[in-house]
Design a protein around this ligand. Structure first.
Ligand SMILES: [Zn+2]
Length: 179
């Protein structure tokens, strides 16, 4: 009775808390990129519940079943820290983990530049060198698989929505909801 709720420990090479088909290891990725993505998935950075003062924003990717909530702590125009909660495939969770690293201590404009950079990366357009990209370079491998692009972009579009709310502007593509 008691043991049932205890999280099962994943065996080597097995993805913990796999949710269906889409949560399988991204076998199709190049080895290097896959290792970076799986490192972030297994040991995500800044994965924790948002604090009471955090700006929060959530969204999901219905195609894959990824769900994500970001908590953003602002200090003036600066992002002091971003944390995330959620569940989903390795690519969506790894992308969120990477994102919390790169936007920490950046101002809003720099964060928006990162959002554009990653969106362009998914279209095969490079705006930063591999050195500048750091671990985010691994997302390049996802661009070849259109169905996984939404997984990689989920956290970035949630961040974009949160920042748009923060400074009262709309995302560049301006989705009008008619309500
Ligand atoms: Zn996914």
């Amino acid at each position: 009775m008691v043991a049932e709720k205890i999280d099962r420990v994943a065996r080597p090479g097995e993805i913990p808390s796999a949710v269906g088909e889409a949560a399988r290891e991204p076998d199709e990725l190049d080895d290097l990129y896959r290792e970076i993505i799986l490192d972030h998935y297994r040991c995500p950075h800044n994965k924790m519940a948002p604090g009471a003062t955090d700006l929060t924003c959530s969204d999901r990717n219905p195609i894959c079943g990824d769900e994500l909530t970001l908590g953003i702590e602002m200090q003036g125009p600066c992002i002091r820290r971003v944390c995330f909660e959620g569940r989903g495939c390795s690519i969506s969770m790894a992308s969120a983990s990477m994102m919390t690293d790169v936007v920490k201590d950046k101002n809003v404009e720099e964060a928006k530049d990162w959002i554009r950079t990653v969106k362009d990366l998914m279209k095969g357009v490079g705006r930063k060198s591999d050195d500048e990209l750091g671990d985010i370079e691994a997302l390049k491998g996802v661009a070849k698989f259109p169905v996984r692009v939404k997984c990689a972009l989920l956290c970035w579009s949630v961040l974009e929505k949160a920042l748009a709310r923060q400074d009262g502007t709309r995302p560049a593509h301006g989705e009008e909801k008619g309500r």
